[in-house]
Design a protein around this ligand. Structure first.
Ligand SMILES: C[S@@+](CC[C@H](N)C(=O)[O-])C[C@H]1O[C@@H](n2cnc3c(N)ncnc32)[C@H](O)[C@@H]1O
Length: 416
């Protein structure tokens, strides 16, 4: 019955964010929607300090600040931390005027076929950008790197513009869940191959960024680099009334893989090995070196393993597939990491505070992994009360895949 009534609800995905000012600055498919976060914030009107331990593009932090609250985001990926802070920053009219003047000043220099940076060391770079597009980006990046020494506000707006332009003139297509290449043409089916078209795109993007930068959030916030399995990046005395977050799904999607064009261009990754290393630190990461490490990884003896979960992992391991051992390792490690997180976060939640985790279930071979139930069990085991699971939407055409909100409350008398 559930399958017929629960809809896909695109307003609850990242698509909604693309038309939503700063929320749409840079696309990350697993970002959740502003509508969903706003709905939760509206349920919890009395709250002020909001934590997102898996901040991604900073949706929660920005939504909280837009409602006049204080939002703190944590992410393991330094590029996303930069992006989150750039989105939440307050820009003065003078910052925006300087940004617009700088873009005007840069355009003739970029057009003049002047000096350029070397292309980023991303594998098979020609597959990402047609030669004239790559050349344009190298000249634009040179201008940004060498001519701009001013305030962080200006740098942020310029590099956000650069990131958007580099994706718009790339050959990347977004018609799947993650990015893929569009070998026939450029993104969105347009063929941008002339210099003046790149300049037009740059001007249009700069205009869009400057318009959205004008509307500053009423509240404040920050995004910090950290590992949410430990949360050592948070100050001891910090406490939050509310946690709204979306941890990685156990679906083998790599955020580093998705974000690699930006990360290479902005210097967050300088070689492929670094990307694999970072993916290994990321919960649910299985890209590059992370895959080979998984084979040797062993479950800790004190991990959270209910009988159901044990059985699920066993069934995945015994599936008739050459990757079944690795997939079972992947699922087991995912839950071990999430258990570390669930235990760690409690200390920073105010007694009486609420958790809201947006999570999807998964399927390996014919085995459905009920991530929402395991997460709810972990919350109960850690001493939370009122643990509940709400189905939000159907994820795609596969009838078993859904998105859920798992929520819970820390007991009022619990100050652990
Ligand atoms: C589903 S995404 C969050 C998307 C976010 N809700 C948004 O709207 O953009 C999960 C995020 O968790 C981050 N992450 C994964 N492992 C982490 C860890 N151990 N500590 C902190 N962040 C982590 C990933 O880098 C990714 O950005």
């Amino acid at each position: 019955m559930r399958d017929n009534t629960i809809q896909q609800r695109p307003e609850f995905t990242f698509r909604e964010n693309l038309k939503n000012g700063r929320h749409g600055w840079i696309r990350l498919t697993p970002a959740y929607s502003v509508t969903l976060v706003t709905d939760i914030l509206n349920r919890e009107r009395g709250t002020f300090r909001i934590l997102d331990p898996f901040a991604g593009t900073g949706t929660t932090t920005l939504c909280a600040a837009e409602q006049g609250k204080y939002g703190v985001g944590i992410d393991i990926n330094p590029f996303l931390v930069w992006l989150g802070n750039a989105k939440i920053r307050r820009y003065t009219p003078s910052d925006i005027a300087t940004f617009e003047q700088t873009v005007h000043r840069i355009i003739p220099a970029v057009r003049a076929e002047g000096p350029k940076v070397t292309p980023p060391p991303i594998h098979n770079v020609e597959r990402w950008w047609h030669p004239p597009a790559l050349d344009f980006l190298c000249r634009l990046k040179y201008e940004l790197d060498t001519k701009i020494h001013e305030a962080q506000e200006l740098r942020d707006l310029l590099y956000i513009t650069f990131c958007r332009v580099l994706i718009m003139i790339s050959r990347v297509a977004f018609n799947h869940q993650s990015l893929s290449f569009n070998d026939e043409s450029f993104s969105q089916g347009h063929l941008f191959a002339r210099e003046d078209q790149y300049i037009t795109i740059l001007s249009e993007v700069a205009h869009l960024v400057s318009r959205s930068a004008m509307s500053n959030p009423r509240g404040t916030g920050k995004v910090i680099v950290g590992d949410s399995r430990m949360l050592a990046c948070l100050a001891d005395e910090e406490r939050f009334d509310l946690v709204i977050t979306s941890p990685p799904y156990v679906n083998r999607m790599s955020y580093i893989r998705e974000l690699r064009p930006y990360m290479y261009w902005l210097g967050y990754i300088t070689e492929a090995r670094e990307a694999g290393e970072l993916d290994w630190q990321t919960i649910g990461g299985t890209w590059g070196v992370a895959t080979s490490r998984l084979a040797e990884w062993r479950l800790a003896s004190d991990t959270f393993l209910t009988r159901d979960l044990h059985e699920i992992i066993k069934r995945i391991r015994s599936a008739e597939n050459k990757h079944s051992f690795l997939m079972a390792q992947y699922v087991a490690k995912y839950f071990e990491d999430m258990w570390m997180h669930v235990k760690a976060v409690k200390r920073w939640v105010q007694p009486g505070g609420h958790l809201y985790y947006i999570i999807g279930n998964a399927k390996f071979y014919d085995v459905v992994v009920p991530v929402e139930r395991v997460l709810a069990d972990m919350m109960r085991e850690s001493g939370y009360e009122q643990v509940s699971i709400e189905t939000v939407r159907k994820r795609n055409s596969k009838k078993e895949l859904f998105e859920y909100i798992v929520s819970a409350r820390k007991p009022k008398k619990d100050d652990q």
